[in-house]
Design a protein around this ligand. Structure first.
Ligand code: DAH
Length: 341
């Protein structure tokens, strides 16, 4: 009987053929099942040995059928895999990856550098009090220098969109309560009523820096600026100060870097001067220290304010700052690639 089953199974190729054979032997009306009914006519002793025999045959037959089933299933699977095989030589669809914004990169770069020099990165509100944006920075109402920062007022003449990140100096000094030395930078958005063009934007980004301690002098500012400039533009980058005016610093300076384009020889980027201005800065004005609770006889400090777009434009040779705000991914990818090369 088992031999017959084996023979039948040999000629089976599909699952439905297998089911037919299975039914023939093991089904309700199958051969093996029918053997059980034969037991009725046997004596008790005979029943025992006959029953054991049928059980053995049934187990063997079931194993043979299961075994065949597995073989057929494996065969089907293999055939399927063969037909579905992937052509790995076909060109794949390009997955478009994003790239970090150039502005963010510059900011993070400066943040990391200054944090390694002990500076804290702090934040301040974009909707600011006139008092912090101007008054406590030595710019009382009616001060002519306010005109240079054509400001968006939010409510009356007390609340405004900050026109510079310098109010964060005030907030940080007030929090230091005239006791704590300060090293902070604050990158952030600033707003002015400028018409947008290649070099102006009504919203732009500044990176403010402030250091307050004992015995701080202009040479500390120069050294710090030199480290930042070389970090951003390479070891050969030269720096210089030019006298300037800001109400909240005394003395005030413009900080220039040597033009990395023409290496200081003169070109259209540096307007043939060999130098490019990248930041306003100076020694914190005694009035500002006093306004913010620091005794100018005891404490001194320096402050600086970089324009992030300007730094990015110089570093990546961008001639129109609107690319930072038009969200065209192609631009950031191009600059990202430039960076890698
Ligand atoms: N806040 C100035 C501006 O927006 C830039 C600046 C100049 C910041 C001198 C400073 C500074 O901290 O010391 O034009």
């Amino acid at each position: 009987m088992i031999e017959d089953l084996k023979k039948s199974l040999d000629s089976v190729n599909t699952l439905s053929e297998l089911n037919e054979v299975k039914a023939e032997y093991l089904g309700k009306k199958g051969y093996i099942t029918s053997l059980y009914s034969k037991m009725r006519d046997l004596s008790n002793d005979e029943k025992k040995s006959f029953g054991a025999k049928i059980n053995k045959i049934k187990t063997e037959a079931t194993d043979l059928v299961d075994d065949k089933k597995k073989k057929i299933e494996t065969k089907i699977l293999n055939e399927k895999l063969m037909n579905e095989s992937i052509d790995i030589s076909l060109p794949a669809t390009e997955i478009k990856v994003g790239a970090p914004s150039i502005l963010e990169k510059i900011v993070e770069d400066i943040e990391e550098l200054l944090m390694s020099m002990g500076y804290d990165v702090v934040d301040g509100p974009e909707v600011e009090k006139d008092k912090y944006n101007f008054e406590m920075l030595n710019l009382p109402k009616g001060h002519p220098a306010r005109d240079a920062q054509d400001t968006f007022y939010v409510k009356g003449d007390e609340l405004l969109l900050r026109s510079q990140t310098s109010p964060v100096q005030v907030r940080t000094m007030l929090a230091g309560k005239g006791e704590k030395p300060i090293r902070m930078i604050c990158p952030g958005k600033t707003y002015r009523r400028d018409d947008d063009d290649a070099t102006h934007s009504h919203q732009f980004m500044q990176i403010e820096g402030l250091l307050v301690d004992k015995n701080i002098s202009l040479s500390d500012l120069k050294g710090t600026f030199d480290v930042i400039a070389k970090h951003l533009f390479g070891e050969e980058c030269q720096t210089r100060f030019r006298p300037s005016y800001y109400p909240f610093t005394e003395p005030s300076v413009e900080m220039d870097i040597s033009c990395h384009h023409c290496k200081g020889k003169g070109c259209n980027i540096c307007k043939n001067t060999g130098w490019i201005t990248v930041s306003g800065a100076g020694m914190v004005h005694p009035n500002v220290l006093k306004n913010c609770g620091y005794d100018p006889k005891e404490w001194s400090g320096f402050a600086f304010g970089f324009g992030a777009e300007r730094l990015a434009m110089i570093k990546y040779d961008i001639d129109d700052l609107r690319v930072f705000y038009t969200n065209d991914l192609r631009e950031s990818r191009v600059f990202d690639r430039k960076e890698d090369n």
